[in-house]
Every structure is written in structure tokens, then in C-alpha cells.
Ligand binder design. Structure first.
Ligand SMILES: [Zn+2]
Length: 252
């Protein structure tokens, strides 16, 4: 099985998984780049996985269905184009490998992640707009605790897990990470490497070293949050640190 990114819109990646002329795409925000690749390589699109239904993740669905009418659309049942609804705990096979679905709310209420376990037991996580390299997605009003829990849950996976976010935001996120931890050498190294695109996928181990939203228990991260207005008495509350960082990033 091969997994590759197809660039779309300004900074989206549509992840394309294929094996033996059959393909899955994740979050097709537009169709043409996907169709071009599939036609050129004589591959059929079997399934579309949707993590959530923001326009930049779904606007290519109808054109793809015109080209590949047998294609199954998997995602939250709340969205009309989904003809194979999945939810927390759903399991199915893709290319003979197991895929599990997690409900990871925060960026949207019904955001999903697709976790594929390959033949070597390595996990590949298609996490949409929840976790980005060195960052995380914007949070729905009132959903900070949900987003925090979703990121903690992703962070519970094995360190060699590969993460496939839906946007190339890495360089900008690293500027924010550097402002929080100017002495962090892993962040400095990642910033130099972020000049070469794509920066994704990334391992969870890498994210634990550079992603402020997975590093909220680090003293330097807490100190930066206090400097940015976190009340000192809340410094031992991970959700308060997370909320401070996320609100800071909104203005950064
Ligand atoms: Zn989104």
C-alpha cells in the first residue's frame, strides 16, 4: 500500500492510499488533482473517508462521485453525501488492513479520525484538522475541553505512529512553537527542515518533541503561558495551559 499527499486549494493535503489499482482518498477538498492522478495511473477510487465536513475537506466529493459512481463515502452520518456512516468504535477493512474510527471532537462536534494498522502493526492516523505538525486546529466555541481530550487521546498512541494532518501549516506553527520554547533544539531543527515540502506525515514521537499542544506539562511551556496571561494558580491545570496557548495562537 502506498500513501501520498495530493496538494489541494491553498494548503490542503488530500491523502491518497492505493494498492493494486484501488484507492481511498481522505477529505477531498477538490477533485481535479485526485482525478488526474487516478486516471494517469489507471486506479479506481473505492472509498472516500471524511474527517469532518468543512468545505475544504468535502467540496471535491460530488465531482469524484460523478467520475467514480460506485465510490463509497464514509463519514459522520450527519452529512448528506455520506452513504456509509461511521462513528466512534466503527471498524472496517481497507486493503486487507484494519481501520478503526475515533470520534475526536473539538475542531467540529463530529470530527473523526481514521486509524489504519498496517501489516507491521504500525498505525497511520488521518486526523483531519485536529492535530497539525507543531500545532492543532481551531477550536469550536466552548469546546476547549473536548479538543484537549482529543489531542490527549491521539497522544496516547505508540511513538512510531504516523500522523497525516490535512494541512501544510508546519512552518507557521513552528514560529509559534519557537516563541514558546526558543531553546528547544528539536523545534529549531524542524524549522530548518520545514522549508522542504511536504513536511508530512510526521511521527507522534516527533510531535511530542516540538508540538506545544502536546507539551503543556513542560516547565518552559507553562512559563510562557504565564507570561502570556495564564493566572499563576492555574499553572498546574493542563486544560488551562492548553486554553491559554490556543487563544494565544489565534492572535499570533
Ligand atoms: Zn476544518
Amino acid at each position: 500500500m502506498q500513501i501520498l499527499p495530493i496538494s489541494a486549494l491553498t494548503d490542503n493535503y488530500i491523502w491518497l492510499l492505493h494498492q493494486e489499482k484501488q484507492a481511498v482518498v481522505v477529505d477531498p477538498g477538490e477533485a481535479q488533482g485526485v482525478i488526474d492522478y487516478l486516471v494517469e495511473h489507471e486506479i479506481t477510487l473505492n472509498t472516500i473517508w471524511l474527517t469532518h465536513t468543512h468545505y475544504d475537506h468535502v467540496d471535491g466529493v460530488s465531482a469524484l462521485l460523478q467520475q467514480f459512481p460506485q465510490c463509497v463515502v464514509t463519514g459522520s452520518g450527519r452529512w448528506g453525501a455520506v452513504n456509509w456512516p461511521v462513528t466512534e468504535g466503527s471498524r472496517f477493512a481497507a486493503f486487507g488492513q484494519q481501520v478503526s474510527v475515533w470520534h475526536i471532537p473539538g475542531h467540529t462536534e463530529d470530527h473523526l479520525a481514521y486509524i489504519l494498522t498496517d501489516d507491521e502493526s504500525r498505525q497511520h492516523v488521518f486526523c483531519g484538522d485536529t492535530l497539525f505538525s507543531a500545532g492543532c486546529g481551531r477550536v469550536l466555541p466552548g469546546a476547549m475541553a473536548k479538543m484537549f481530550a482529543s489531542l490527549q487521546r491521539l497522544n496516547s498512541l505508540s511513538p512510531d505512529t504516523l500522523l497525516y494532518p490535512a494541512h501544510e501549516y508546519t512552518a507557521a506553527n513552528l514560529r509559534f512553537a519557537h516563541a514558546i520554547e526558543p531553546d528547544n533544539e528539536a523545534i529549531q531543527k524542524a524549522s530548518r527542515q520545514a522549508e522542504t515540502l511536504p513536511t508530512l506525515p510526521v511521527t507522534l514521537a516527533h510531535e511530542r518533541a516540538i508540538n506545544p499542544f502536546l507539551r503543556i506539562s513542560q516547565p518552559q511551556v507553562i512559563a510562557a503561558a504565564i507570561q502570556h496571561g495564564l493566572p499563576r494558580q492555574n499553572a498546574n491545570q493542563p486544560l488551562a495551559v492548553f486554553t491559554c496557548l490556543r487563544e494565544w495562537k489565534n492572535q499570533f
